[in-house]
Design a protein. Structure first.
Lengths: 424, 319
């Protein structure tokens, strides 16, 4: 199909393109930008007047809940949430049930995702069998099945020797290792940031140095093994400083932050709001400000939703017993725009954090709109504010700290491989 | 952040925590409790303020003392009292916490007295009741996790006021395991709201929560320094599971550093009072000679506790 996206402001951060231009799509790819190709006849014209046209969003952490947690969400519901949020590629962590530690599971997931014709799904394989932290997985087989990296999700990996072995093995074959920096012992039982709020509310806490100690360990092992490490979900001011130093010394490390942590801090827990029970915990305002600064200066490479749909029953519990996590695929764009507005970050740089930068970290050919690029596109109205309500979310999970709040940015069209898969 | 225990008119609808409770409301509760103390000395120890009301004592965590005092308080107000010792956390298999609440609501409960091992459980219940249009049912927090034990805090305030009067001139020392103590948190909030001159927290680093100073206390690791010049000494209970291990090496060593003996008490003001929320571990946090001595007001605390709980229940039930 030949599609023309006319009159929009085209922002393609990777190609440093930001101006009003019409985009021509043919055969699933970008055919031309600005000038009409010779002999062109549009089969469909999408009017993007007043709208922004950018590469489809890439979310590096979205839990689709299959297999194992279908009562929380299904591939169908979450893939539709993805395209409704303008997300055209996503990576899913291995913490399913069973975890993604076998090629068969990964193939099944990829097959099911493909049959839905929504976003592209990139599974992240389990680093150890069953995420138990004991035996490393068959990373070769898993890579062939489609895993683009290996991680331990949020499961504790207390044994540093196992971590070393896993990183050595991954480095041998050039596999990427994604790690959430958290000392398993220091974090044990904790559900909130170790500070004023946890003390007031009487919640068991995770000290900030649970993160920095883990970062020191990971960086030492990365230097020793030459492993390509990605730090998932940074949460502290000191953590940002450590990553900045590591990058300055030339360590090949990348890192991300979850959108919620860019906007919220522990005081948002209020009186035990279980929607603010997140992993890592929401930390202090000072930590949040450091994360924002790190995201702006590139210390933090990208922002993700860390999408975790949770059923109501699992949230309707006392704070510490409630399941951690927030739904987020549909909020990634609004929260990026909100951050850009508040932090006075140019729109193109902000959008880079959810398009070009995650593509680079994932090592996938996506996240830009050069000629011949796959036509994965998000067209949105940056000035349209909408209220986050249960009914406005396609995700089966309605659990977000932003319920009831107004956010900017509404997706008008989402295209995957040159096809319009969502119209808002 | 709206205070979930007050209605639009600023009246008490639940008692969940002393944090953020206005000074006038605390004062009104303490004032209301005064005549209830004398009711206990009468032949007929009953008033009809809650006649026809049903109070559920909902204890997800074991407690004899607190449950009993709530039961006595409710009965003296002529309420019907149902005791439920559920004794397991809501994560164990079976009915969820809110299912339990819905069932009891269907039995026409008027008031829930809730003790739960998890911080925030009473808030969850109160929120659930108002979200489901049953805001007329009241929740009293009888202790949730490490978070709050507001009626204990109130009875402590009542006791201090009874013996000492002016909070603005008082130094109150709280000794022991503040990390795990809901009693300490509630007392600290109450003391701050009433304008206490100085609140001290005394204990080893392992038993003090992070940023405890943010609650408005001065931290002392040396008990002698902390007790010097104190008007009120509040000893906290040390749970047996915390006496050994990574928090403390042994009960004996704890007693040596932080146990209240007559010698240490001499550092406080000559007319200092000694309080303890009970049950006491004699020889661990407090020496028997002090517990039974002339400074001790530990038993009056128990008596006042019933009056204070009557005051809270009657104020909620009348609203």
């Amino acid at each position: 199909m030949k599609i023309e996206i006319a009159n929009g402001r085209l922002i393609d951060p990777r190609n440093d393109f930001d101006r009003k231009a019409t985009l021509f799509i043919s055969g699933g790819k970008v055919a031309a930008i600005g000038s009409t190709p010779e002999g062109w006849r549009s089969e469909r014209v999408l009017d993007a007047g007043g709208l922004i046209v950018c590469p489809g969003l890439i979310d590096v952490s979205a839990r689709l809940r299959e297999p194992g947690f279908e009562y929380k969400a299904t591939l169908e519901s979450e893939m539709h949430a993805a395209i409704a949020g303008g997300v055209t590629s996503l990576a899913c962590p291995p913490d399913t049930d069973p975890p993604l530690d076998e090629p068969g599971l990964v193939e099944m997931l990829k097959h099911r995702a493909r049959s839905l014709d929504c976003a592209h799904v990139y599974p992240i394989g389990a680093l150890t069998v069953g995420l138990k932290g004991e035996t490393i997985t068959e990373m070769g087989e898993l890579s062939e099945a489609g895993c683009i990296a290996f991680s331990h999700a949020d499961a504790p990996l207390a044994d540093t020797q196992i971590l070393l072995r896993a990183m050595q093995y991954a480095a041998t074959f050039g596999y990427r290792v994604w790690l959430r920096p958290q000392d398993a012992h220091l974090a044990r039982g904790g559900v909130a940031h170790d500070g004023e709020v946890a003390t007031r509310l009487g919640l068991a806490a995770v000290p900030p140095f649970a993160e920095t100690i883990a970062l020191d360990t990971i960086f030492a092992l990365a230097r020793a093994t030459g492993s390509r490490v990605h730090i998932a979900r940074l949460s502290t001011q000191d953590g940002v400083a450590l990553v900045r130093d590591a990058k300055r010394t030339g360590l090949a490390v990348t890192c991300d932050v979850a959108a919620n942590h860019v906007h919220l801090c522990d005081t948002d827990i209020g009186w035990f709001n279980a929607n603010c029970h997140l992993v890592p915990p929401l930390r202090s305002a000072r930590d949040r400000d450091a994360l924002r600064a790190g995201l702006a200066d590139g210390t933090i490479d990208l922002m993700c939703s860390d999408h975790t749909p949770v059923d109501d029953d699992a949230k309707q519990l006392p704070f510490a017993e409630s399941e951690a996590g927030a739904t987020g695929l549909e909020l990634l764009l609004p929260l990026t725009l909100k951050w850009a507005n508040e932090a006075k970050v140019p729109l193109a740089s902000a959008l880079s954090r959810i398009t070009a930068d995650p593509a680079r970290v994932l090592g996938i050919e996506a996240g830009h709109l050069g000629v011949d690029a796959s036509a994965d596109i998000c067209v949105f109205d940056p000035d349209k504010w909408w209220t986050v309500e249960r009914s406005s979310l396609k995700s089966q999970g309605k659990n977000t700290p932003f319920l009831g709040l107004e956010l900017p940015g509404k997706v008008k069209y989402t295209l995957v491989g040159g096809e319009v898969v969502y119209t808002g | 952040m709206a205070n979930p225990q007050l209605n639009d008119k600023g009246e008490l609808t639940h008692l969940l925590t002393l944090e953020g409770l206005p000074r006038e409301v605390i004062g009104r509760i303490l004032d209301t409790a005064v005549p209830f103390v004398s009711i206990a000395e009468r032949d007929v120890k009953k008033v009809p303020l809650l006649r026809g009301k049903t109070v559920f004592n909902l204890f997800f965590e074991n407690s004899t003392r607190t449950r009993t005092t709530f039961e006595i308080a409710a009965k003296r107000l002529s309420a019907d009292v149902i005791n439920l010792n559920i004794g397991v956390s809501s994560t164990s298999k079976g009915e969820t916490l809110l299912d339990t609440i819905d069932n009891l609501v269907a039995m026409n409960a008027d008031m829930f007295v809730v003790r739960h091992g998890q911080s925030g459980a009473p808030h969850l219940i109160a929120r659930h009741l108002s979200a489901s249009g049953r805001a007329g049912i009241h929740v009293i927090n009888a202790g949730d996790g490490r978070h709050a034990h507001p009626t204990q805090g109130l009875l402590d305030l009542f006791t201090i006021r009874h013996y000492k009067r002016d909070f603005g001139a008082l130094t109150v020392a709280i000794v022991g395991d503040l990390l795990h103590s809901r009693v300490a948190r509630s007392l600290i909030h109450g003391l701050s709201t009433l304008g206490t001159a100085e609140i001290r927290a005394i204990g080893p680093q392992t038993l003090l929560p992070a940023a405890v100073e943010s609650l408005g206390v001065h931290v002392f690791h040396d008990m002698g320094d902390g007790l010097r010049g104190a008007d009120v000494v509040v000893m906290l209970r040390l749970q047996s599971e915390r006496m050994k291990g990574a928090l403390l090496p042994s009960p004996g060593e704890f007693f040596k550093h932080y146990g209240l003996t007559q010698d240490k008490l001499k550092l406080a003001k000559p007319d200092a009072i000694v309080m303890h929320p009970g049950p006491m571990n004699r020889g661990v946090e407090i020496d028997s000679a002090v517990a039974d001595g002339k400074h001790s007001v530990i038993l009056p605390q128990v008596t006042f506790g019933i009056a204070v709980r009557m005051a809270v229940m009657s104020m909620l039930g009348a609203g």
